[in-house]
Design a protein around this ligand. Structure first.
Ligand SMILES: C[S@@+](CC[C@H](N)C(=O)[O-])C[C@H]1O[C@@H](n2cnc3c(N)ncnc32)[C@H](O)[C@@H]1O
Length: 295
């Protein structure tokens, strides 16, 4: 086929975005609309092919179109999030390896990390715990943001931790990022200035109604008993013993936040606001957690 007969990048994007919309895909695992998802797919494959100068008129090779179409067909027929098909997800502006062993990174905590947790933290943390780390995106992004910090990534899932180790190696952070298996804080040694956690907090009833894309993710990463509250409540109980004086817990509970606040009215949750969307992330100091413990 002559180059002038080839489909252009713009034509390909229009065609594939239309197919995604017709199929009624759910977006929310890296993008929030069909056009952005089509751009993500095409750009990633072009860059992997060594094409840097991507513009609307760029003629696409038949081999690349075939590769992109095969991935699109899988996205449409299986509802697999694109990140799993590409084996890559972006978080805090950097690409992480992902596959079905971990959730696709999308926590609004990214915005806090990019702001250096200002104004919550007065100084850079020296020790950070990413509790329920999955593939490690939050803890690794913290390690990149705080270049002197030692970081622990902990998770109960050995499969997720394999992915976390791959990401630690990907960013060459083995000298200050440790990966360990633990049921919440049970096997985590030492104390931290900052604990960041995006744990499972989805109620089973709600999970049952979620679009197919979520069903491709590990259920252990999403569902929590007691209407989503079980794991967040355990974290609130355990964090105080894992924080240094002056330390801070940043905990995501998504839409479960109202129920959590109502269940623990004794705690002065600071619910954070986000410019890029997201809700249900709170901050609590060790002293605030300590004040609610029985004497
Ligand atoms: C919502 S995912 C978050 C992954 C990652 N932090 C992120 O933001 O993309 C929750 C993670 O919690 C882990 N998890 C579930 N129960 C746990 C427990 N009891 N102790 C430690 N980790 C747990 C799951 O394996 C999963 O990787």
């Amino acid at each position: 086929m002559e180059p002038q007969q080839r489909i252009s990048a713009q034509q390909y994007l229009e065609r594939s975005a239309a197919r995604m919309e017709e199929a009624g895909l759910f977006f929310g695992h890296g993008t929030d609309n069909a056009w952005d998802e089509a751009c993500w797919l095409l750009e990633t494959l072009l860059k992997r092919d060594g094409v840097q100068d991507i513009h609307p008129d760029l003629p696409l090779s038949p081999a690349l179109v075939a590769q992109a179409d095969a991935m699109l067909a899988q996205r449409l027929s299986t509802r697999t999030p694109l990140a799993y098909l590409l084996r890559e997800a972006w978080f805090c502006g950097v690409p992480f390896y992902v596959d079905e062993r971990v959730l696709v990174p999308r926590s609004p905590i990214a915005e806090l990390i990019q702001a250096g947790f200002a104004p919550l933290l007065q100084q850079a943390p020296r020790r950070v715990l990413d509790l329920c780390a999955g593939g490690g995106c939050i803890g690794i992004a913290c390690a990149l943001a705080f270049e002197e910090a030692e970081v622990v990534l902990s998770d109960i899932s050995p499969e997720a931790l394999e992915v976390a180790r791959m990401n630690v190696a990907r960013f060459a952070l083995q000298n200050r990022v440790q990966v360990l298996q633990s049921d919440l804080c049970a096997a985590v040694p030492g104390r931290f200035d900052l604990i960041v956690s995006n744990p499972p907090y989805v109620a089973q009833d709600e999970y049952d109604t979620l679009p197919g894309e979520f069903k491709r993710e590990p259920v252990l990463g999403l569902v929590s008993a007691r209407e989503g509250l079980a794991i967040p409540l355990r974290i609130l109980d355990q964090a105080v013993d894992k924080l240094d004086p002056g330390g801070m817990l940043v905990l995501e509970t998504g839409a479960t936040w109202e129920l959590l606040a109502a269940t623990r009215p004794d705690l002065p949750f600071l619910w954070l606001e986000f410019e890029n969307g997201g809700e249900g992330v709170c901050a609590l100091t060790r002293e605030q957690l300590l004040a609610t413990l029985p004497p």
